[in-house]
Design a protein around this ligand. Sequence first.
Ligand code: ADP
Ligand code: MG
Length: 407
Amino acid sequence: MKSIEDLPVSGHRVLLRADLNVPRDLSDPEHPRITDDGRIRASLPTIQKLIDRGARVVIVAHLGRPKGADYAERAAGGPSLRPVAARLGELLGRPVAFATDVVGADAARVVAQLTDGDVAMLENVRFEPAETSKDDGQRAGLGGRLAALAQLYVGDGFGAMHRRHASVFDLPALLPHAAGYLVLAEVAVLRRLTQDPARPYVVVLGGAKPSDKLAVIENLLDKADRLLIVGGMSYTFLKACGHEVGHSLLEADKIPQVTAVLAEAARRGVEIVLPVDLVGATGFAPDAEHEVFPVTAFPADRESLDMGPATRVLLAEKLADAQTVFWNGPAGVFEFPAFAAGTRAVAAAISRVSGLTVVGGGDSAAAVRKLGFSDDAFTHISTGGGASLEYLEGRELPGLAALEDAG
Ligand code: ADP
Ligand code: MG
């Protein structure tokens, strides 16, 4: 894979695909607040290098999951990348020009006005339905229109590299390209996790939904020694084991697949650890009344927003002898301080491990920073959640493969 040193960027327009999909507080939808700018900061070394070398930098990125049949509907519904461009400008200490469309008249105008060392950002690339289309022709069309804006391409959006999207997968083939510093750093750490990790190798998986991560679990069964299942996805596992989970997050249609995963893990001798107690709240709210219940006696009218104290102790034990740890997905609704204790306990236990420890995922990274852990409490805080997981499974990431092609 080429790095940006190998590209003649000076005086040229460089499309930089970055991952700036930052978590936001949406309680005031008119003024969404960036709650963790880690992904913007992680993109700075590459952007700064391109500026220093006199490139004209055009940043392509996505934010959230815009909904709507066409560009107009999506652009109307948002979210716009404009606040992210403003934050990037603050961190760089220089203005970042913002195009109000992706490949339209405003993008052409903004790009034409750049001089050497300038930075511009295009509007949310997922406003273009072709970005995520399954249709190769549609994606190639958008790739071509993006390619027309620049002469070179740098791929640095690690968190999106598992996606076969136009700006990640199709575009690099159309321009001379290289990988940015963030991608090179992420791959270097993840390679250490896949090449003969020191054992026991413990993987902690949490977050919202099992459907996001069931395939990962199946693939990790022949890599990890122990899987700790926490957070929103744990309730489907508990339900599959016959427990009442009340109104907690549940994907009932995934129960057969979860049951199969549990059987396969048992067959292979991979230990799967589930919560033994849960914090049951009266509703999904920061100030909801709550009590701790054992998983064997969870009330049908409660909703779990965190794991309980006995589980915090159990997981700390299960992490104490680990030599290698990968963690993705918060253990509770850490955004509400009353339900952050489980996530804090997982972070603390992992921070005590002396071997290689990697935390991956946008919300997981935001959680550890919000809970006051410094970045050096872990070997590495990855910007990628899904991308890191797919790399660990041994799957080829389309965005990485596209950068590896000669170009
Ligand atoms: P990441 O971005 O790190 O990959 P995910 O996006 O998979 O993580 O999951 C993060 C979300 O999961 C957080 O917003 C958190 O509130 C939610 N979550 C975790 N535990 C629970 C739970 N018990 N109930 C509901 N949501 C939960
Ligand atoms: Mg997330």
